[in-house]
Design a protein around this ligand. Structure first.
Ligand SMILES: O=P(O)(O)OC[C@H]1O[C@H](O)[C@H](O)[C@@H](O)[C@@H]1O
Length: 544
């Protein structure tokens, strides 16, 4: 069966399911939860609340086979140049491969080099935590500020927050990303520069925002502590060691990685330095272990029991068969507050594409809009649309079975809320049920008629639940890797390259062209379009 036949088969299958109600599937099938859930150790993926049958899963797997998912997965893990537009492998998995197997890339075993660099990161992190690495004034560092953006910010920022209870004696980690000077200013306002280490994180070491923030931070350190303090108060993470040297950061404070690690996949590399400093080497290794566990699962589990494959394929069902343009990720876990933002880059920068790997136009819709906020907060904000809006938004709910620290029973309320939402979305409420409810409240007949339609919930709103024992380092590693592979699976179905990001280039080019015009009021704007010229003109007339 080719791709189009497989897609057509899914379409007619979905049309046949259309009139049925998800709630009836549960009523009819007492083992539905068991049939549509998969575990990896103490992590469970429940996808029973999608309106699917065993036949849906079978057809989705046929679609995956029509795109050679298994062979493409093997090529990914074999270090082949799957990033075909840049001629590179995408081997972030090598960074968390804690086996003893050689890691072949272009005929070379990369394991020794990877382990050497990791050792360097972890030993620096440990020395900073223990106080062996000292400030210019000979004291302990109390704070680290990671200066980076995109993949050089979101991963460590998300992870440091997620694992904050594991920080113990480590310095506090802060993150500055935006070129808006307010970001650096607000972050530094509460810090003592004489006790602060800056980590300049940039794969390319050319990113405008990061370089501007790094220069400003350097100037502040020089003003406060003198030029001689720079060596002690700066470290860098990059693949471009030549450019780091130009910036003047001491060699033993520079941590490298490789061009086969994409920015949004780089948390496992030296880019994780702020995380390693924050939670310590042992927890950092546990985080890698979680990612490695998922790699083994993704490589070995049959597709119908393979969590990232199922996550990806369910997304394809919603996007390509049922026309759903958005996807929400709602962690009922406050410490995962930055996880949706992290996933926005991972998913939308990877799969927000319109051409296939060979440059021809895509045949189907590609990546959905990803958004999310922690529950329960979201319930009191945008969940109205999820329950009763005209667009159906598939959702991933994430929740721990137990809190990290004892919390006077808050977690039970949190858990109940999470399950209540997915149940309400799936079950819905019919007009008859709404009217019966109003009757039970002793409402007048005309009020029952008037309010009834407002209290109807269509139901059949699909969600998956990822339930894990607790948000520890290994679990965080598993969560990140699950989504990485989910994104990969979808890219295979859509036949796009998820490892490049040409779509961010044009804006960068234009910003570089506009910057001197913005900075110099005497520069002509006549060559610009009328809107851009008008906005610059208005600023020139208005700004002080
Ligand atoms: O790490 P850097 O080279 O500074 O790049 C930071 C970020 O900027 C780019 O524009 C890319 O879109 C991102 O994928 C990348 O993570």
């Amino acid at each position: 069966m080719n791709f189009h036949q497989a897609l057509a088969a899914l379409q007619s299958h979905a049309a046949a399911l259309e009139p049925l109600r998800a709630r009836d599937f549960f009523a009819r099938d007492p083992v539905r939860f068991r049939e549509f859930s998969v575990e990896i150790d103490d992590l469970l993926f429940d996808f029973s609340k999608h309106k699917i049958t065993a036949e849906t899963v079978r057809l989705l797997i046929e679609l995956a086979r029509a795109r050679n998912l298994e062979a493409r997965r093997a090529a990914l893990f074999a270090g082949e140049p799957v990033n075909n537009t840049e001629g590179r492998a995408a081997m972030h998995m090598a960074l968390r491969d804690l086996s003893r197997r050689p890691i072949q890339m272009g005929g070379v075993d990369m394991r020794p080099e990877i382990e050497r660099e990791r050792e360097k990161v972890l030993s620096f992190a440990q020395s900073l935590r223990s106080g062996a690495v000292k400030t210019f004034g000979g004291e302990r560092f109390t704070d680290v500020v990671n200066i980076g953006i995109g993949g050089s910010d979101l991963g460590p920022a998300m992870a440091c927050r997620a694992l904050s209870p594991y920080r113990s004696e480590g310095p506090r980690a802060h993150f500055v990303a935006n070129v808006d000077g307010a970001d650096l200013a607000d972050t530094l306002s509460s810090l003592d520069l004489s006790r602060t280490l800056f980590i300049v994180s940039s794969k390319t070491f050319t990113t405008q925002e990061t370089m501007a923030n790094a220069r400003s931070a350097r100037a502040r350190v020089v003003a406060a502590l003198g030029e001689a303090a720079v060596a002690q108060h700066f470290a860098a993470v990059s693949t471009r060691l030549d450019k780091v040297a130009e910036f003047g950061i001491a060699q033993d404070r520079v941590f490298g990685f490789w061009d086969w690690v994409g920015g949004r996949y780089s948390l496992w590399s030296s880019i994780g330095l702020a995380l390693a400093i924050s939670v310590g080497p042992e927890n950092f290794i546990a985080f890698l272990q979680g990612g490695f566990d998922v790699d083994e699962h993704f490589r070995e589990a049959p597709l119908e029991k393979n969590i990232p494959a199922l996550m990806g394929l369910l997304g394809v069902l919603h996007r390509n068969v049922l026309g759903r343009a958005a996807h929400a990720v709602i962690p009922y876990d406050q410490r995962l507050a930055r996880f949706p933002a992290y996933l926005q880059q991972l998913d939308m920068e990877s799969n927000g594409k319109s051409v296939r790997r060979d440059g021809s136009k895509v045949e189907t819709e590609t990546g959905p809009v990803i958004f999310g906020e922690p529950g329960t907060n979201g319930q009191h904000a945008f969940f109205q649309l999820l329950h009763q809006g005209t667009s159906v938004v598939p959702i991933d709910f994430l929740i721990a079975a137990e809190p990290v620290e004892s919390d006077e029973r808050h977690h039970e309320l949190l858990f109940a809320n999470c399950l209540a939402q997915s149940e309400a979305l799936m079950r819905g409420r019919t007009l008859d049920e709404a009217k019966a409810l109003l009757t039970g409240e002793d409402r007048a007949p005309e009020e029952i008629e008037r309010l009834g339609p407002h209290k109807v919930f269509p139901g059949d709103r699909p969600s998956s639940t990822i339930l894990y024992r607790r948000l520890d380092p290994r679990t965080l590693g598993r969560l990140v890797a699950l989504y990485e592979h989910k994104v990969f699976v979808q890219s295979v179905i859509w036949d796009i390259n998820p490892f490049d990001q040409w779509g961010v280039e044009l804006g960068k080019e234009l910003a570089n062209r506009l910057a001197p015009i913005v900075a110099d009021p005497s520069r002509a704007t006549a060559d610009l379009d009328a809107s851009t010229a008008g906005l610059i003109g208005w600023r020139r007339a208005t700004a002080g």
